[in-house]
Design a protein around this ligand. Structure first.
Ligand SMILES: NC(=O)c1ccc[n+]([C@@H]2O[C@H](COP(=O)([O-])OP(=O)(O)OC[C@H]3O[C@@H](n4cnc5c(N)ncnc54)[C@H](OP(=O)(O)O)[C@@H]3O)[C@@H](O)[C@H]2O)c1
Length: 433
């Protein structure tokens, strides 16, 4: 015998609109298969007078209590965005015995463990597939399909806005500023792009992935983070000459009893799959002892892909959890883990310096690097982008500790002929150039 499953939704913007437009087709199929129907009963918005396609006035409310007190609502979809009041509303819904599906990475990165606990205490669940990677299924695989593995690394391109900007710069010899304006004109970047451009959005998502992949409770603000604002046109030129491109890479790697976690512009060899993930696409690569390496690629944002993930969570709840009582997540085992210090993180590096075009400069720089145990792997000298009697010097290093690179650079800056240290980016992978 079919039943109606009452749904409440908090927010009807981009993602909420995607859910509303996908629901009728999904319901047709679902009704045929199971006899059940998903019924969107209440939708919380700020402005109830705004016209919303697919929603009528009786569904809209600006009062959260209308959703929480409605006993026929079993599942609440949270697509408001931002930390508050979303987090508070989610807690209240869970306390009221409702299942919750959220797309909110900020809330899950900062309060995920607490919310899973509140859900557990109330014999319900909170699902969050859409919070990382938009339409890419990654939370489900990490919670279930890789369960038999000891996972060792997560390497990901998880911010579509920055990937679009870097792809444009890579293809077109254009500046960061021009690429950002293009992203804004196309609706890929917010008017205030700082959360994306500074890597904050990616850090939230990486924190969520770390908790699932390794069982670590990672504070997103403890992640070593560098935004893409300093990436220049010439960095792409030199990277290409060396056989690389540049991506904002989110990386978490388990090393013995600690792990390194960072979000940074990173050189990736052009023959690597991640180097070919362009535009607004996202990709997440997982390594484990049994699976070796698996990569997921797909649309990391957008109303329809995100609605796909949200509604998949709703269907999973309806099929396997509603009316079955307790749902338990292994959240109690989230451990605090020591994040590796810069003394322990090893990588190869790309350095771009602006120097006076005179004899002996390179020797001085090589000496400073060598004194700190950093050896040069390759070098490019170019006058193409420099002014007056300066040239740009691009060096790549062999594997070196990050702390060693940073101390060496402090010495390099004191060399009279060194005018500026442009950029320092890690190079992905351990193979030599
Ligand atoms: N956009 C994407 O592609 C994407 C992808 C993955 C995940 N997400 C996540 O999905 C969530 C929603 O994103 P979005 O792009 O759909 O946001 P959005 O377009 O800004 O929509 C937000 C909606 O929430 C409502 N709202 C916000 N604050 C409210 C409040 N205090 N009380 C009542 N209603 C409130 C707004 O009401 P009004 O319409 O009345 O203003 C609007 O309908 C975010 O957590 C985001 O990170 C988004």
């Amino acid at each position: 015998m079919g039943q109606k499953i009452g749904i409440g939704m908090l927010g009807a913007g981009n993602v909420g609109g995607g859910v509303v437009s996908a629901l009728p087709t999904l319901n047709n199929r679902y009704l045929n298969l199971t006899g059940n129907e998903l019924e969107l009963l209440k939708v919380l918005v700020r402005d109830i007078n705004k016209k919303r396609i697919g929603l009528n006035d009786s569904q809209l409310t600006s009062e959260i209590d209308d959703v929480i007190s409605d006993k026929s609502i079993q599942i609440v979809i949270e697509v408001l965005g931002n930390e508050q009041p979303a987090c508070e509303y989610i807690k209240r819904c869970l306390d009221a015995g409702k299942y919750v599906v959220t797309a909110n990475k900020e809330v899950m990165a900062k309060h995920g463990a607490e919310l899973l606990d509140v859900a557990h205490k109330n014999n319900v669940a909170i699902f969050f597939e859409a919070s990382v990677g938009g339409g890419i299924p990654i939370i489900g695989p990490l919670m279930r399909d890789f369960g038999a593995n000891k996972l060792t690394s997560v390497t990901a391109i998880i911010n579509g806005t920055t990937n679009f900007i870097l792809t444009k710069m890579s293809e077109g010899d254009i500046s960061f500023e021009k690429a950002l304006i293009e992203a804004q004109n196309l609706g890929y970047a917010e008017p205030d792009p700082s959360s994306d451009v500074e890597g904050i959005d990616a850090a939230y998502k990486l924190a969520i992935l770390c908790s699932l992949a390794f069982g670590f409770d990672v504070d997103p603000y403890s992640i070593d983070r560098q935004g893409i604002g300093s990436v220049a046109e010439q960095d792409f030129k030199y990277a290409h000459d060396l056989g690389y491109t540049i991506k904002l890479l989110s990386t978490a790697r388990l090393i013995d009893e600690s792990f390194s976690v960072s979000v940074k512009p990173t050189l990736i060899h052009l023959n690597k799959s991640l180097a070919k993930v362009d535009g607004v696409l996202n990709a997440i690569q997982i390594e484990g002892d049994l699976i070796d390496q698996v990569m997921f690629v797909g649309p990391g944002a957008g109303p329809q892909p995100t609605a796909s993930a949200v509604l998949a969570d709703v269907l999973e709840l309806v099929r396997n959890h509603l009316d079955r009582g307790s749902y338990s997540v292994d959240h109690g085992s989230l451990k605090s883990m020591s994040v590796q210090s810069k003394n322990d993180v090893k990588s190869r590096y790309y350095l771009r310096l602006i120097v006076q075009d005179q004899v002996g400069v390179l020797a001085g720089i090589a000496q400073s690097l060598g004194d700190h145990g950093v050896s040069i792997a390759s070098m490019i000298q170019s006058g193409e982008f420099s002014i007056g009697d300066t040239v740009e010097l691009v060096l790549t290093t062999h594997l070196a500790y990050e702390s060693a690179i940073l101390s060496a650079i402090e010495h390099v800056k004191r060399i009279d002929a060194v005018q500026e240290v442009g950029n320092i980016f890690p190079i992905d992978g351990v193979e030599e150039i």
